[in-house]
Ligand binder design. Sequence first.
Ligand SMILES: *[C@@H]1O[C@H](CO)[C@@H](O)[C@H](O)[C@H]1NC(C)=O
Ligand SMILES: *[C@@H]1O[C@H](CO)[C@@H](O)[C@H](O)[C@H]1NC(C)=O
Ligand SMILES: *[C@@H]1O[C@H](CO)[C@@H](O)[C@H](O)[C@H]1NC(C)=O
Length: 448
Amino acid sequence: MQQNRSQRSMAQIRNERLWRWRCQWAVVTLAAIGIVLYNAAANLWLLRPTNCFYSTTSLPQIIEQTCEPCLETAPNSIVVDDPISRLDLNLGRWDNTRSYKLFDYAAVGDMYVDASASRQVALATQSSIERLHELLATTAHWSGPVSVAVFIVGDELRLLRAFTMWLFRCQPELYSRMAIHVATPGLKLAVHGEVPSWARNCDAKPSLMGKGEPDSAWRSRHPYPQNHLRNLARKNCHSQYTFLVDIDIVPSKGMAEELDIFFTKTPKCELCAYVIPTYELDTRVANFPVNKKALLRLSKNKLAVPFHRRVFIYNQYASNFTRWESTGGNESLATHVSHNVTNFELLYEPFYVASDTVPPHDERFLGYGFTRNTQVYEMFFVGYQFKVLSPVFTIHWGLQLRRNSPPWREKQKFKNNKRFETFRRELFARYRRDPFQLLKKNLETKKL
Ligand SMILES: *[C@@H]1O[C@H](CO)[C@@H](O)[C@H](O)[C@H]1NC(C)=O
Ligand SMILES: *[C@@H]1O[C@H](CO)[C@@H](O)[C@H](O)[C@H]1NC(C)=O
Ligand SMILES: *[C@@H]1O[C@H](CO)[C@@H](O)[C@H](O)[C@H]1NC(C)=O
């Protein structure tokens, strides 16, 4: 009996041991599987796609961005609505004389690339800070991409920063198809600085007065590098054609669309430049002329005159306004070539649309005098044919009168006059032509 009991307990004990051993194994196996699964999950997590999405809804538009690789990209509205704040003034690129630093795309709208690809013509322009507000008028009727180069001295960068923020908030459609570039004297003259409060206020008017009026003595110490800015704006255009204007030249209504149609059906012409006639408009005129016919009515009443007719007639004379006006505006509304320029002359400086393979603007001309017309002059040497378009036109608000320019401007003109001597000798050497017998004649005859 006793033996029987002990035999049973022996069997029980063996059984229990077997079960314990099985349990231990199960625990170890589960732990091992757990570790393997954990490792796999951790690896998957580390190898996950590095796309991160974020959106900020506090801004005028919802901005969604994908970044790769994922750096520190916390939602950052500062970066989005204040792009100029990121401008590193230690970078940029130098001009040929290391006098100016140029910054491409200090700010660029998110539709600039698309607009450049889908439109035939990009508008390029340049400005100093105190005239930059004119950009709103210049682009009022322009629906295509806009590339603008801005000259900044001292602490004016804070004004450009503010204006960019204001545009982003208050003119989002315009901003979206715009690219802003910056040029500044290279001697560490530009600094960031406090942004004025109007930057975030759409009820406010941007106040862009920097160190002084456009003609102030302060400005005279920092010659406005017009041609650097023109090249900067031009070279950052990505459409087939570029239309370079001064900041106060306003395209007629629907011009971007009209030019799209015109250039789509016009065979590519390597050496063609399409001139857009420019008129000055009396500021008493309340409304921008809706079309050529309306413009010619104003012209008849002496409320509109060809650009620079009083200040310097040779500026646009070769465009032949008499001929352009001779239709009375009774013509096709579709943009077409009205006539060829047949009497090109020295100092002719029309605003024109062309492929940006035209010669660059010579950056040795600083400040005023010989900046734009020297470039047009070189086009003539290259063999460009100038064709005047109709019924599109551009407007300069305000009739211009011949007035005495400040002494510093005269000084700049005098210097540039001397540089022109070198320039025309170079053209002669390069193209082996002297169409105006300038090397023989003196420049005296046409005084600027
Ligand atoms: C303008 O065109 C007319 C022909 O319509 C011509 O007689 C005249 O000489 C031209 N003037 C200029 C300045 O080209
Ligand atoms: C233009 O048309 C108007 C009438 O519509 C006419 O009076 C005028 O003479 C025409 N002008 C020209 C230059 O054909
Ligand atoms: C303009 O000049 C070109 C040659 O460059 C010529 O083929 C064309 O017929 C001219 N156009 C007009 C309207 O005179």
